[in-house]
Design a protein around this ligand. Structure first.
Ligand code: ADP
Ligand code: MG
Length: 240
């Protein structure tokens, strides 16, 4: 589904992503772990062209999206992205947040988008918050709304960048539960997280990034029980 070849990204003289190759097949759940500053967010942002790579190619569903002249907005429509800080529109109700994308992109009529928003709110047991504003929600509720807002666009793949890092500990579980549900439903997912329990349980593959390269990748079993790379070993010693 996503084929990354020789991906590089520099900010000025600072090469943050160094010649990364990655192949993501439909239904895979790839969890990216690694120390702060290792390039995880930049890599994820390159996948949906929030950052423009300085080298290499990305092919998504058979289309080279890094080729000149590609309609970036059309590509992003098929890739949902969830950030650490929710990025909900604070001046819109919960329901309007969810309806905005599909209506603006003319994927649904207003009526269809409203029905879809209510279906998604039911899915996360937040129907009673349809007319509330983001400020009236807890962090965990906001993040679950941010996730279903992405789902309203019917993405082919979901990218998550530390979706639980900004949450109070007691709210982490409800967000991870929703992500597990998506995983069980077959969604293709790429998740940057420090939640090692989630990685163990949900990942089909764990990727350890450090200093802009993939240092090691394997099944969660192998990564956690039989790490090879010294830097991975010392990283795991700190986070486990
Ligand atoms: P991680 O998500 O693993 O913590 P990031 O991808 O956020 O790492 O950052 C990797 C490196 O890229 C850091 O040194 C960071 O300062 C740098 N970086 C990230 N975004 C930018 C940017 N927009 N401009 C300049 N440097 C950036
Ligand atoms: Mg990051």
């Amino acid at each position: 589904m996503i084929y990354v070849k020789g991906l590089s990204k520099s900010f000025g003289d600072n090469q943050v992503i160094k010649n990364i190759d990655m192949h993501i097949t439909p239904g895979e759940k790839v969890v990216i772990i690694g120390p702060s500053g290792s390039g995880k967010s930049t890599f994820l942002r390159c996948l949906n062209l929030l950052e423009i790579p300085t080298g290499g190619t990305i092919t998504f569903d058979g289309q080279e999206i890094t080729a000149p002249g590609v309609d970036i907005n059309k590509v992003r429509r098929h890739m949902g992205m969830v950030f650490q800080h929710f990025n909900l529109f604070n001046n819109l109700t919960v329901k309007d947040n969810i309806m905005l994308g599909p209506v603006k992109q003319k994927l649904m009529t207003k009526e269809e988008a409203e029905a879809e928003a209510m279906r998604l709110l039911k899915l996360v047991n937040l129907e009673e918050k349809a007319d509330a504003y983001p400020a009236q929600l807890s962090g965990g509720q906001k993040q679950r709304i941010a996730i279903v807002r992405s789902l309203a666009m019917k993405p082919r793949v979901m990218l998550f960048d530390e979706p639980t890092s900004a949450l109070d500990p007691e709210m982490v579980g409800e967000v991870l539960e929703l992500m597990k549900k998506l995983a069980d439903d077959g969604m293709t997912m790429v998740v940057v997280t420090h939640e090692m329990g989630f990685a163990r349980e949900v990942a089909t593959r764990v990727v350890f990034m450090d200093e802009g390269i993939i240092m090691e990748e394997n099944t969660p079993q192998e990564i956690f029980n039989n790490p090879q790379n010294e830097r991975l070993k010392s990283f795991l010693a700190k986070v486990l």
